[in-house]
Design a protein around this ligand. Structure first.
Ligand SMILES: CC(C)(COP(=O)(O)OP(=O)(O)OC[C@H]1O[C@@H](n2cnc3c(N)ncnc32)[C@H](O)[C@@H]1OP(=O)(O)O)[C@@H](O)C(=O)NCCC(=O)NCCS
Length: 201
């Protein structure tokens, strides 16, 4: 949903945690993203239908162009997750399906296979939750998780997201068939109570 007119919102060019940096992708990131996807096809393909359509670094360049246009229109804020020290590309995340009128944001994420299990996603989601509530006036931040996706569910639980229910046959899975999704969310009151909110990191 487009941003309401007359309400310019500053969105920082990058946000940093202790170990990761999040920023929108640039055309020159395409080869690094392509490498990460190639390395990760087996672990991404059950959950991320788009990997099947990505066949070259040029495809990724076109995706990045579209993401940049959506960012400019404030329709979708997709970011790359980078190692803050080395600059290595680690995966993707962002604020998606934005409803600016109600200030509702959905977070999505994936991490390259060789960076899984180190807490990078948890840190990235913390940064996006803070960005949404502290700087973008969020009322609600959601994460939709396939009921089979145990690792993704653990990210939401680690961060205090509330399981609100299961939407049946709600989203296309791989193969395009509709699948169930757990909906996890934080509303502003939940966020203000989170122990990690004020902590550094
Ligand atoms: C879902 C997915 C993003 C989770 O990634 P992840 O690496 O497990 O998540 P985190 O970065 O938060 O890492 C958590 C793990 O790191 C460990 N860890 C190490 N250091 C840590 C730290 N400083 N902080 C938090 N966790 C840390 C945790 O103990 C946890 O270990 P566990 O795997 O044994 O439970 C990943 O599995 C993935 O990309 N899957 C495919 C795509 C996908 O399913 N996306 C989600 C769609 S909804």
């Amino acid at each position: 949903m487009a941003m309401p007119p007359g309400e310019p919102i500053e969105i920082p060019d990058e946000v940093c945690g202790p170990r990761v940096l999040l920023r929108p992708l640039r055309p020159e990131d395409a080869p690094a993203v392509w490498d990460a996807v190639e390395e990760s096809r087996r672990h991404l393909s059950p959950w991320m239908p788009w990997v099947h359509d990505l066949r070259s670094a040029d495809d990724e360049r076109a995706v990045i162009d579209r993401m940049r246009a959506s960012w400019t229109r404030r329709e979708d804020l997709t970011v790359g997750i980078f190692d803050r020290t080395t600059g290595r590309y680690l995966g993707g995340s962002g604020l998606h399906r934005i409803n600016w009128a109600l200030r509702i944001f959905e977070i999505g994420y994936w991490i390259r296979a060789t960076a899984e299990g180190r807490g990078y996603v948890t840190e990235a989601v913390q940064l996006l939750v803070r960005l949404a509530f502290d700087r973008l006036g969020a009322n609600r931040v959601e994460i939709y998780v396939d009921p089979q996706n145990v690792r993704s569910r653990r990210v939401t639980e680690r961060l205090g997201f509330v399981l609100e229910g299961t939407l049946r046959r709600f989203r296309a899975g791989t193969g395009g068939r509709p699948q169930d999704r757990h909906v996890f969310a934080l509303i502003r009151e939940d966020y203000l109570r989170l122990a990690w909110r004020g902590a550094h990191g």
